[in-house]
Design a protein around this ligand. Structure first.
Ligand code: TTP
Ligand code: MG
Length: 384
């Protein structure tokens, strides 16, 4: 896997640190032994055997490499990247299933998985065929305990709907979430709150950090750096000199559990939204609109201050099980009218509760499709 695009050496150190002081909750969901689990799904009879998914090169039955294996096969020492020849040797006299990769089928299953995961995220980023990052800060009120409960619901839904298992890491940023997800597999759930990041990362081998491959690891070992703690203590200037400025800064920050998430944060504003927890769970429209009215008013003030009109009005309802549901509507003309916002939000909530069972726990309003309010500048200048 390549080093993420998020390495941004333009951002000063102090900003990176400051940014991370804000409590953010990110999950990394990684499906367990994905290709092999997909194979078990369509043929449950192989579940108890070693399952080895292979990329056959075609020359002989034994040429090619292992794509992945189930955990039964892993207990025999058979794993991703190994030659099929060696895998067969390790599984000699064992009743094992050697199967060819069927990527189209795995893509199809992956699509279903992502559709479930997406519902649980404020912001969603698919990171591979079987993994995705979910920012769940808003819907969990920034509480790690709630995030953990959310992760359990998500696991239950994946198992109930698709009969698939996954491992989840929860942390204050993507970097920590990813390492946490690798901590326990299969069916793992590891939560690292900000105060636990240092203790969690310090003893790990540097190879656990994204971007530290075999070569880099060897180089670091030669510098006396084996653990993440040793990397964190290493002079950052020397890291820059040895690995180049971009990677030097990245390694230093990564060792401290600091992850650069500025790409998304600094993007042009595309919407204004507000979300609030109801005093009690409800599906009563007039009760919900009491809260929504306040949210509409805050958003409208913001739009006016920023001199923006909006054309799309959206609502979000987070139900008792923390699943999130959105509805939106595009208006004929851009506006910044509070009345228009309120009436449309009300209509969307009404429609939503007519279509959906269950009580809302949190509700939100959002406006998007923003455009700059026309100023009188043009008219003024045309008189000159
Ligand atoms: P991973 O998530 O790395 O591995 P996995 O899902 O098989 O096992 P686990 O997460 O439980 O450790 O990769 C996802 C899929 O990508 C994997 O099922 C098959 C494919 N893959 C390869 O084809 N070759 C490889 O070397 C690796 C690592 C993965
Ligand atoms: Mg996986």
């Amino acid at each position: 896997m390549s080093l993420k695009k998020s390495v941004n050496h333009q951002v000063p150190f102090f900003l990176l640190r400051l940014h991370n002081l804000q409590t953010r909750i990110v999950m990394l969901v990684d499906m367990d032994y994905f290709f092999a689990q997909c194979e078990e799904l369509r043929n449950p009879a192989i579940r108890t055997k070693p399952v080895v998914v292979c990329v056959f090169s075609g020359r002989s039955e034994e040429s090619g490499a292992v794509s992945t294996t189930n955990y039964v096969a892993r207990s025999y020492g058979v794993k991703s990247g190994m030659s099929i020849f060696l895998a067969k040797k390790k599984l000699k006299n064992v009743d094992a299933a050697f199967l060819p990769v069927d990527e189209r089928y795995y893509e199809e299953v992956s699509g279903k998985v992502m559709n479930i995961l997406r519902k649980y995220a404020d912001r969603f980023e698919q990171a591979g065929i079987d993994e995705a990052y979910l920012d769940v800060t808003q819907r969990t009120n920034g509480r790690f305990q709630e995030a953990k409960e959310l992760a359990v619901s998500m696991k239950d839904e994946l198992k109930g709907q698709l009969k698939l298992t996954c491992s989840i890491g929860i942390g204050p940023n993507k970097l920590v979430a990813k390492i946490a997800a690798d901590e326990k597999k299969p069916e793992g759930l590891t939560t690292i709150a900000p105060e636990g990041v240092k203790e969690f990362l310090s003893p790990l081998n540097v190879g656990r950090l994204l971007g530290v491959g075999t070569k880099t690891q060897e180089k670091m070992h030669s510098l006396g750096i084996s653990t993440v703690h040793e990397l964190a203590e290493y002079d950052p200037q020397e890291l820059n000199d040895i690995f180049g400025r971009t990677m030097g800064i990245y390694f230093h920050n990564a060792a401290l559990g600091i992850d650069d998430e500025f790409d998304e944060e600094r993007s042009e504003v595309e919407s204004f939204s507000r979300i609030a927890t109801l005093k009690h769970n409800s599906r009563d429209l007039s009760f919900i609109m009491e809260t929504a009215e306040r949210l509409c008013s805050e958003i409208q003030k913001l739009a006016v201050t920023e001199r923006m009109n909006f054309r799309t009005v959206g609502i979000i309802a987070i139900l008792k099980d923390l699943s999130a549901h959105t509805r939106s509507k595009t208006l004929e003309n851009p506006t910044s009218s509070l009345e228009v916002l309120y009436e449309n939000a009300k209509e969307l909530f009404e429609k939503f509760f007519n279509e959906t069972e269950g009580e809302a726990r949190r509700v939100g309003v959002r406006v998007s499709n923003l455009s700059r309010e026309q100023t009188n500048q043009k008219q003024l200048t045309s008189f000159i």
